[in-house]
Design a protein around this ligand. Structure first.
Ligand SMILES: [Zn+2]
Length: 435
C-alpha cells in the first residue's frame, strides 16, 4: 500500500469501499441490490457497539436501521439517513472505472461519490467520533441506510416506514442528502441548507396505432403520436412559481449578492448563482423532462404501440394543475398514466435544528452564510414525513469554487474531494454531539 493510501482518512476509506459494491438501481424493479453494502454498514454499526436491524423488502433489497441511545433521553430522536443504491453508470463515458473507488487528484471518484456514499461514510465516522468523544450523542439517533431511493424508495424507505414504524419511535426530525454543501455566490462562499423538496410525478405516455409495412402511407402511427406528445411536454417552459421556501431562498441569495429581490426578480437572481444555478433555477419552475422512449423492433416495420416516460417535478400543491396541463399537451391520442407520485415538502426555515446545523457549519467555516433552499429533486425524507418527521438536507461539504457540484449528481466522472469528506465528518460529529 502506498503512503498516500495508508494515510487515507477513514471516511474516504468507507466511501471507497461502498463505491466498490455495485448497487446500481436501474428502476422499474431492476437492480443489482444493496445486500453487500448493507452487510458492510451493518458490520460497521456493530463495531460501534450498536445492534442494527436489517429489513429486506425483496431478496437483496436491504435496508439497515440502528438506534443510538442519546445522553438526553427527554429530547426527541433525530433520524440520520442515507441510501445505499446508486443510479447506473456507463463505463464507456467515464475516465475511470465507476465502481473502482479510484483515488485521484485528491478526490474519490466513482458512482455514489456525491449521491450518496459520501454521506453514508460520514454518518459512520461522525458517529464513531461522537461515541469516542463523549460516549453518546446528545439525543437518540436513528441511523438508517435505505435501499431503492433512486427508484422512489418503494422497496427501501417507504417499505421500512410502512412495515417497521416502531424503528422511528420518538423521532421528529431527520437529516439526509442534497444540502449543506458550499456554493460561491458573487465571490462569497455560502452553504445551501435544504429545507424543502419538490413533489414528484412520474408519468408513462402510451399510444397505439396501426402496425404496418414501413413503406406504407400511415398517419395512425404510434411512434409519431408519442413523439409529438414528448416534444410538446419536453419543451414546455413552465413559469416561475414561488413558495414560502423559494421566497426565503431568493431573499437570502439576494442579500448575499447585495441586490434587491423585488427589482432583480427570481430568475435573474437564480442565474447569478454560478454553478449552483442548475439547482436554484430548477426550484423556481416546474420541470417536465422526457427520459425514456420505447417503440419498434425493425426499421421497415411500423409498430402498433409506443411509450415514453416523463419525469415531472413541481412545487408541493401544484400536482393537479400540472397533471391537467400535461394531459392537455399529450393530446387525445396519447394516454397518460401516473407511474409514481410523491409529495413535496416544505419545512420551517428556522428553528432549533436549523440553528444547530448553521452553527456547526460556521464553526468550521466562520462567517459563511447558510441559506435555505428548495431541492428540485426528492429524497427519502418524503417517506419519513408520513411518520410526521420533518426532514432536511444536510451533507456538510466545503467544496472548491471550481467544482460544478450539481453536475456531478447522476453525472459522468462523479467525484468528491477528500477534504470535503473530512470536513463533513467534523461538522456532522459536532452536530450529533450537541444537538
Ligand atoms: Zn441520492
Amino acid at each position: 500500500m502506498s503512503e498516500a493510501l495508508a494515510a487515507l482518512e477513514q471516511t474516504a476509506v468507507i466511501a471507497r469501499d461502498l463505491i466498490r459494491f455495485d448497487t446500481t438501481n436501474f428502476g422499474e424493479g431492476r437492480s443489482a441490490g444493496e445486500a453487500e453494502a448493507a452487510d458492510y454498514v451493518a458490520r460497521a454499526l456493530r463495531d460501534l457497539g450498536l445492534r442494527p436491524e436489517t429489513i429486506e423488502s425483496e431478496p437483496g433489497r436491504t435496508s439497515v436501521v440502528a438506534r443510538v441511545a442519546g445522553r438526553n433521553r427527554d429530547k426527541p430522536a433525530l433520524v440520520v439517513h442515507g441510501h445505499l443504491d446508486v443510479v447506473p453508470a456507463d463505463p464507456a463515458n467515464w475516465s475511470v472505472d465507476p465502481f473502482g473507488g479510484v483515488i485521484k487528484d485528491d478526490a474519490l471518484w466513482g458512482r455514489g461519490a456525491v449521491d450518496m456514499k459520501n454521506m453514508d461514510a460520514m454518518m459512520l465516522t461522525a458517529l464513531q467520533d461522537v461515541i469516542e468523544r463523549q460516549g453518546a450523542p446528545e439525543r437518540d439517533l436513528v441511523i438508517a441506510f435505505f435501499a431503492d431511493e433512486e427508484a422512489g424508495g418503494v422497496l427501501g424507505a417507504q417499505h421500512v416506514v410502512t412495515t417497521r414504524p416502531d424503528l422511528f419511535d420518538g423521532a421528529t426530525e431527520a437529516i439526509s442528502e442534497v444540502g449543506g454543501y458550499s456554493v460561491t455566490l458573487g465571490g462569497t462562499r455560502a452553504y445551501l441548507l435544504q429545507t424543502g423538496e419538490k413533489a414528484l410525478l412520474w408519468l408513462r405516455l402510451h399510444a397505439t396505432g396501426v402496425a404496418a409495412h414501413g413503406s406504407h402511407r400511415v398517419f395512425d402511427n404510434a411512434v409519431t403520436k408519442v413523439a409529438a406528445a414528448v416534444a410538446r411536454i419536453g419543451s414546455r417552459d413552465w413559469p416561475v412559481r414561488m413558495s414560502p421556501t423559494t421566497t426565503a431562498m431568493i431573499d437570502a441569495i439576494a442579500q448575499v449578492l447585495g441586490v434587491d429581490p423585488e427589482q432583480a426578480g427570481p430568475d435573474a437572481i437564480a442565474l447569478a448563482t454560478g454553478s449552483a444555478s442548475r439547482f436554484i433555477t430548477a426550484a423556481l419552475h416546474t420541470t417536465s423532462n422526457p427520459t425514456v422512449l420505447r417503440a419498434g423492433y425493425k426499421q421497415n416495420v411500423i409498430p402498433d404501440s409506443a411509450e415514453a416516460l416523463i419525469d415531472i417535478r413541481c412545487l408541493p400543491g401544484d400536482e393537479a394543475y400540472v397533471l391537467a396541463e400535461v394531459r392537455e399537451l399529450a393530446g387525445p391520442d396519447v394516454t397518460v398514466e401516473v407511474v409514481l407520485q410523491d409529495i413535496g415538502l416544505e419545512q420551517p426555515t428556522d428553528g432549533a435544528l436549523v440553528t444547530a446545523m448553521t452553527s456547526a457549519l460556521q464553526r468550521h467555516d466562520p462567517g459563511a452564510p447558510v441559506l435555505p433552499y428548495l431541492l428540485s429533486g426528492g429524497t427519502d425524507n418524503k417517506a419519513l414525513s408520513r411518520l410526521g418527521i420533518a426532514g432536511y438536507g444536510f451533507v456538510p461539504m466545503l467544496l472548491p469554487e471550481t467544482i460544478d457540484f450539481p453536475a456531478l449528481f447522476h453525472g459522468v466522472d462523479e467525484r468528491i474531494p477528500l477534504s470535503a469528506l473530512a470536513f463533513g465528518r467534523s461538522v456532522l460529529a459536532d452536530l450529533l454531539a450537541e444537538y
